[in-house]
Design a protein around this ligand. Structure first.
Ligand code: ADP
Ligand code: MG
Length: 225
């Protein structure tokens, strides 16, 4: 398993011409590796994460997930690739308020007809146990704390057993202690499941937990010493 980015650029077209955001991004991660990306607001961190997750396309350069360039796939295959291979956690939990915790975790499996309902249920429960929510399966998101909601979002991101977990400011809405607990959990899960983990955070304290730290500056990823 590997995630390799080479000479990646991204520009947005604007009325006054192309606006370069990512100029030359290089990144190489193997299974189990975890990297934190910091950098000023507007520097292109989310743009990069979206491209790594195939939610957006590069202007030039390559992204290879385990030797595969997902952007050559037809749109339907790309969506399947994303669903099976990549998990996302965002700053907002994006849980469905009318669904229970367990149902929320199961939502990504609805497009996996080959998974047996018993198996996905058992795995969802196991994940919820792992994130400390075994007693909350039938609660609605409104009945949970912010930290608990993010734990559900983490379990939902893992239900399809992704090789790559991408998180954009996943602890941005949490208080300091809760942020540390949720990030420690994400780092542990990456270790247990041998996933590639890329986390964007504005907190240097959170970034310091990571074996690899990078800063996005002028459209380039710089290693943090
Ligand atoms: P960060 O996550 O580091 O705060 P973003 O990746 O969200 O930064 O945005 C980087 C820059 O790209 C910003 O200046 C933003 O306004 C611009 N941008 C993001 N998406 C678009 C878009 N769809 N069209 C034009 N500009 C965009
Ligand atoms: Mg952002």
């Amino acid at each position: 398993m590997s995630l390799i980015v080479h000479q990646l650029t991204k520009s947005y077209s604007t009325p006054s011409g192309p606006l370069p955001i990512l100029r030359d991004v290089e990144l190489s991660l193997a299974a189990g590796e975890a990297a934190a990306i910091t950098g000023p607001s507007g520097s292109g961190k989310s743009t990069l994460l979206h491209i790594l997750g195939t939610l957006d396309r590069p202007t030039s350069g390559t992204v290879r997930h385990n030797e595969t360039d997902p952007f050559v796939l037809p749109e339907a295959d790309l969506a399947a690739f994303r669903n099976q291979r990549i998990g996302f956690v965002f700053q907002d939990h994006h849980l469905l308020p009318q669904c229970t915790v367990l149902e929320n975790v199961l939502i990504p499996t609805l497009v996996h007809p080959h998974l047996r309902p018993d198996d996905r249920n058992a795995y969802a429960q196991k994940l919820l146990e792992r994130v400390g929510l075994a007693q909350r399966l039938n609660h609605r998101p409104a009945e949970l704390s912010g930290g608990e909601r993010q734990r559900v979002a983490v379990a939902r991101a893992l239900i399809c057993q992704p090789a790559v977990l991408l998180a954009d400011e996943p602890t941005g809405n949490l208080d300091r202690n809760t942020a540390h607990a949720v990030m420690d959990l994400i780092l542990e899960l990456r270790q247990d499941l041998q996933m590639i983990l890329v986390v964007v955070t504005h907190s240097l304290e959170i970034a310091e937990k990571f074996p690899r730290q990078m800063e996005m500056r002028d459209g380039v990823l710089h290693p943090v010493a």
